[in-house]
Design a protein around this ligand. Structure first.
Ligand SMILES: C[S@@+](CC[C@H](N)C(=O)[O-])C[C@H]1O[C@@H](n2cnc3c(N)ncnc32)[C@H](O)[C@@H]1O
Length: 210
């Protein structure tokens, strides 16, 4: 991804309020439901890649997680999320402005107990970008660690925020992660955009093998 991708996302977050974003959800219930199946110690590092202004970060804070990492290509998104959380809650989060297809700081992380991605992987169309994402995930997620990936499903839209996306089902995501990850659970989930229109997603939960 080049500078224009970063600019694309910065512009979106500059001009739209959180609840105007088509992917906005007040309650990240599908992610929460998958996370409830994970056995994670609250002191372990958990990360949200492409966090944007996601309310999933609020959930992690409210649940008492002590090492939360929010990563996004857009520093505008991260700054807006920080502002919404307020100083005290924002100080509980490690903030990383990184392009997951050219990660710098993210590559230095380790022992991640949960990698959470809602609606980021599907923007990576080139094999090179997907490889960079995957090699980073494999490097930083600990053995036994969990991976939640949610993308537009095969029944879903083919574009988001003006960008082409790649649609997935659970088998494609399992193949993408490879043999070292076991698929624990998956389901279709329909997100309703602020306009009320449906957006079908596939939600998956994997665990890295020992
Ligand atoms: C559709 S939004 C989803 C935001 C958030 N996960 C949520 O569910 O509300 C996609 C997010 O991925 C971020 N993003 C896109 N490409 C990225 C990349 N290469 N590296 C890191 N973040 C990226 C965007 O800035 C945006 O915040």
């Amino acid at each position: 991804m080049d500078k224009s991708t970063k600019e694309h996302w910065n512009e979106i977050y500059t001009y739209l309020d959180a609840d105007e974003l088509t992917w906005y959800e007040e309650n990240p219930e599908a992610s929460i439901s998958l996370m409830s199946k994970c056995d994670i110690n609250k002191n372990e590092p958990v990360l949200d890649v492409g966090a944007g202004e996601s309310t999933f970060i609020d959930h992690l804070i409210d649940q008492g997680f002590k090492d939360i990492i929010a990563i996004d290509i857009s520093e505008v998104a991260l700054n807006k999320l920080k502002e919404r959380l307020g100083e005290e809650k924002a100080s509980l989060v490690r903030w990383i402005a990184d392009d997951i297809t050219r990660p710098v700081q993210t590559r230095n992380l380790s022992d991640i107990a949960l990698w959470h991605d809602r609606a980021v992987l599907h923007f990576l169309l080139d094999e090179e970008q997907q490889d960079a994402y995957l090699s980073t995930l494999k490097k930083v997620v600990k053995k036994d660690g969990y991976v939640i990936i949610a993308t537009f499903s095969l029944k879903g839209a083919q574009k988001c925020s003006g960008l082409e996306i790649k649609n997935y089902d659970h088998n494609m995501l399992a193949k993408f992660l490879g043999d070292n990850f076991s698929l624990l659970e998956f389901f279709d989930y329909t997100h309703h955009m602020p306009s009320g229109e449906p957006r079908p997603y596939i939600y998956t939960l994997f665990q890295k093998n020992k």
